[in-house]
Design a protein around this ligand. Structure first.
Ligand SMILES: [Zn+2]
Length: 218
């Protein structure tokens, strides 16, 4: 009887703990939005570009979150419009890219449309800079959604033979501890272990979702 009671206590303690550890849906969504924004920022920083995602609904002026934007895409290879969650108006999200050659505005492709563009004949036979110039939307889509061209081609079921090597040490410093080592490693095309050691050397604590949720106040 005593034993049964203590087991029940332990089980309920575990339950309370699990409830405390579980993030709410709002927290998860807020974290996901922040992660998407940081991934976009890091992807740009590595190739010395800056991206601004224009996602205000032109009809009702609702500023879509990154998550609302991704969910609003049509799940189509070629229909690049996004549906506003508030008024259901469909509009074209755009990306403003500040590049070494100047500022340009391009269509923002969703992950599916990016892969569709990369699967077109011979695109994977082009060097990164050529893809950047000839397929500007697919290039940025690959960096933003997948971290690199190599990973995007891999997801598209294709091999990419060109190295994407960027000097990353200085560029990743602002992102250490704000994103997972895995995400940073993926964007830099280096091992997670390398990023972990680099972060520890800088005395920066590992990224924790819970700490971010607290920081975001959600
Ligand atoms: Zn709207």
């Amino acid at each position: 009887m005593m034993m049964g009671l203590s087991m029940t206590c332990a089980a309920s303690q575990r339950l309370v703990q699990a409830q405390r550890l579980a993030l709410t849906q709002t927290q998860r969504a807020a974290i996901q939005c922040r992660m998407l924004a940081l991934r976009m920022e890091l992807a740009g920083a590595l190739v010395e570009e800056q991206y601004e995602n224009k996602r205000m609904c032109p009809h009702c002026h609702h500023g879509l979150t990154m998550l609302e934007q991704l969910r609003g895409f049509a799940q189509s290879d070629t229909d690049t419009l996004c549906t506003c969650p508030k008024c259901k108006h469909r509009f074209q999200p755009r990306l403003v890219a500040q590049t070494l050659g100047g500022t340009m505005e391009i269509i923002l492709l969703c992950p599916q449309q990016t892969l569709y563009e990369l699967r077109k004949p011979l695109v994977n036979g082009l060097e990164p800079t050529v893809i950047r110039d000839r397929h500007p939307a697919a290039y940025r889509g690959a960096l933003i959604h997948f971290g690199s061209l190599t990973l995007a081609f891999h997801r598209a079921g294709l091999e990419y033979g060109f190295p994407e090597v960027y000097p990353w040490e200085d560029k990743v410093v602002p992102f250490l501890g704000k994103m997972s080592d895995t995400d940073i490693a993926r964007a830099c095309r280096v091992s997670e272990d390398k990023i972990r050691r680099f972060r520890k050397k800088k005395g920066i604590k590992a990224f924790r979702k819970r700490a971010l949720a607290e920081e975001l106040g959600v």
